[in-house]
Design a protein around this ligand. Sequence first.
Ligand code: RB5
Length: 144
Amino acid sequence: MNISEIFIAGDHSSLELKSSCKEFLESLGYKVTDLGTNSDESVDYPDFAYILTQKIKSVKNSYGVLICGTGIGISIAANRDKFIRCALCHDEFTAKMAREHNDANVLAFGARVLDSKMAKKLCEIFFSTEFAGGRHERRVKKLS
Ligand code: RB5
Protein backbone atom coordinates (compact mmCIF):
# COMPACT_ATOMS: atom_id res chain seq x y z
CA MET A 1 0.00 0.00 0.00
CA ASN A 2 1.07 3.55 -0.68
CA ILE A 3 0.36 5.32 2.61
CA SER A 4 1.46 8.91 3.12
CA GLU A 5 0.02 9.32 6.61
CA ILE A 6 -2.36 7.65 9.03
CA PHE A 7 -4.75 9.82 11.04
CA ILE A 8 -6.14 8.41 14.27
CA ALA A 9 -9.01 9.76 16.36
CA GLY A 10 -11.59 8.66 18.88
CA ASP A 11 -13.85 9.70 21.72
CA HIS A 12 -13.15 9.62 25.48
CA SER A 13 -13.43 5.81 25.57
CA SER A 14 -10.54 5.44 23.13
CA LEU A 15 -7.67 7.19 24.94
CA GLU A 16 -5.55 4.25 26.03
CA LEU A 17 -6.13 2.13 22.94
CA LYS A 18 -5.59 5.10 20.63
CA SER A 19 -2.19 5.86 22.05
CA SER A 20 -1.05 2.24 22.03
CA CYS A 21 -2.18 1.82 18.40
CA LYS A 22 -0.45 5.08 17.43
CA GLU A 23 2.78 3.91 19.04
CA PHE A 24 2.49 0.51 17.38
CA LEU A 25 1.85 1.95 13.91
CA GLU A 26 4.81 4.30 14.33
CA SER A 27 6.98 1.34 15.26
CA LEU A 28 5.99 -0.17 11.89
CA GLY A 29 7.30 2.97 10.18
CA TYR A 30 4.06 4.86 9.45
CA LYS A 31 3.64 8.57 9.96
CA VAL A 32 0.74 8.79 12.43
CA THR A 33 -1.12 11.92 13.52
CA ASP A 34 -3.41 11.91 16.54
CA LEU A 35 -6.46 14.15 16.03
CA GLY A 36 -7.84 13.70 19.56
CA THR A 37 -9.64 13.56 21.78
CA ASN A 38 -6.87 13.74 24.31
CA SER A 39 -8.69 13.99 27.61
CA ASP A 40 -11.16 11.70 29.35
CA GLU A 41 -13.81 14.42 29.37
CA SER A 42 -16.91 13.11 27.60
CA VAL A 43 -17.10 14.15 23.93
CA ASP A 44 -19.31 13.31 20.95
CA TYR A 45 -17.89 10.74 18.52
CA PRO A 46 -19.39 12.36 15.35
CA ASP A 47 -17.18 15.41 15.94
CA PHE A 48 -14.03 13.32 15.83
CA ALA A 49 -15.19 11.28 12.86
CA TYR A 50 -15.73 14.56 11.01
CA ILE A 51 -12.30 15.97 11.91
CA LEU A 52 -10.65 12.79 10.66
CA THR A 53 -12.62 12.46 7.43
CA GLN A 54 -11.80 16.06 6.49
CA LYS A 55 -8.10 15.28 6.92
CA ILE A 56 -8.29 12.12 4.85
CA LYS A 57 -9.83 14.12 2.04
CA SER A 58 -7.17 16.80 2.17
CA VAL A 59 -4.04 14.63 2.39
CA LYS A 60 -3.37 12.42 -0.63
CA ASN A 61 -2.94 8.71 0.07
CA SER A 62 -3.82 9.11 3.73
CA TYR A 63 -5.83 6.59 5.75
CA GLY A 64 -7.51 6.57 9.14
CA VAL A 65 -8.25 4.74 12.36
CA LEU A 66 -11.37 5.63 14.37
CA ILE A 67 -12.19 4.33 17.83
CA CYS A 68 -15.21 4.72 20.10
CA GLY A 69 -16.67 2.42 22.74
CA THR A 70 -18.14 -0.06 20.29
CA GLY A 71 -16.80 1.38 17.02
CA ILE A 72 -20.40 1.56 15.82
CA GLY A 73 -21.24 5.24 16.26
CA ILE A 74 -17.96 6.54 14.92
CA SER A 75 -18.04 4.28 11.85
CA ILE A 76 -21.61 5.32 11.04
CA ALA A 77 -20.58 8.96 11.36
CA ALA A 78 -17.54 8.56 9.09
CA ASN A 79 -19.56 6.75 6.43
CA ARG A 80 -21.87 9.76 6.02
CA ASP A 81 -19.12 11.11 3.78
CA LYS A 82 -19.17 9.66 0.24
CA PHE A 83 -15.39 9.60 -0.04
CA ILE A 84 -15.06 7.48 3.09
CA ARG A 85 -15.25 3.73 3.28
CA CYS A 86 -14.98 3.09 6.99
CA ALA A 87 -14.98 -0.56 8.06
CA LEU A 88 -15.89 -1.61 11.57
CA CYS A 89 -13.70 -4.65 12.20
CA HIS A 90 -13.57 -7.19 14.98
CA ASP A 91 -10.98 -9.75 13.96
CA GLU A 92 -8.19 -10.60 11.51
CA PHE A 93 -10.62 -11.76 8.83
CA THR A 94 -12.77 -8.63 8.76
CA ALA A 95 -9.67 -6.39 8.78
CA LYS A 96 -8.26 -8.25 5.77
CA MET A 97 -11.54 -8.29 3.84
CA ALA A 98 -12.16 -4.59 4.52
CA ARG A 99 -9.08 -3.80 2.46
CA GLU A 100 -9.13 -6.67 -0.04
CA HIS A 101 -12.81 -6.46 -1.04
CA ASN A 102 -13.98 -3.00 0.08
CA ASP A 103 -10.87 -0.87 -0.37
CA ALA A 104 -11.67 0.67 3.00
CA ASN A 105 -9.75 3.84 3.77
CA VAL A 106 -10.67 3.99 7.45
CA LEU A 107 -10.45 1.21 10.02
CA ALA A 108 -12.83 1.42 13.00
CA PHE A 109 -13.02 -0.69 16.12
CA GLY A 110 -14.40 -0.60 19.64
CA ALA A 111 -12.27 0.18 22.68
CA ARG A 112 -14.80 -1.71 24.81
CA VAL A 113 -14.79 -4.63 22.41
CA LEU A 114 -11.15 -5.38 21.55
CA ASP A 115 -8.07 -5.67 23.71
CA SER A 116 -4.90 -3.87 22.70
CA LYS A 117 -3.28 -7.01 21.26
CA MET A 118 -6.17 -7.59 18.84
CA ALA A 119 -6.46 -3.89 17.96
CA LYS A 120 -2.77 -3.81 16.97
CA LYS A 121 -3.20 -6.99 14.95
CA LEU A 122 -6.10 -5.37 13.03
CA CYS A 123 -3.98 -2.28 12.35
CA GLU A 124 -1.11 -4.40 11.09
CA ILE A 125 -3.33 -6.44 8.76
CA PHE A 126 -5.45 -3.55 7.51
CA PHE A 127 -2.50 -1.36 6.54
CA SER A 128 -0.60 -4.13 4.81
CA THR A 129 -3.42 -5.59 2.70
CA GLU A 130 -3.86 -4.41 -0.88
CA PHE A 131 -7.25 -3.94 -2.54
CA ALA A 132 -7.88 -6.95 -4.80
CA GLY A 133 -9.58 -4.88 -7.54
CA GLY A 134 -11.26 -6.87 -10.35
CA ARG A 135 -14.95 -7.51 -9.64
CA HIS A 136 -14.61 -5.62 -6.36
CA GLU A 137 -13.65 -2.45 -8.20
CA ARG A 138 -17.07 -2.29 -9.84
CA ARG A 139 -18.84 -2.80 -6.52
CA VAL A 140 -16.76 -0.23 -4.68
CA LYS A 141 -17.43 2.32 -7.45
CA LYS A 142 -21.17 1.78 -6.97
CA LEU A 143 -20.85 2.81 -3.30
CA SER A 144 -20.39 6.44 -4.24
C1 RB5 B 1 -19.82 6.66 24.55
O1 RB5 B 1 -20.22 6.33 25.83
C2 RB5 B 1 -20.26 5.58 23.57
O2 RB5 B 1 -21.62 5.70 23.32
C3 RB5 B 1 -19.48 5.68 22.30
O3 RB5 B 1 -18.11 5.56 22.59
C4 RB5 B 1 -19.75 4.62 21.24
O4 RB5 B 1 -19.74 3.35 21.75
C5 RB5 B 1 -20.87 4.88 20.33
O5 RB5 B 1 -21.13 4.14 19.36
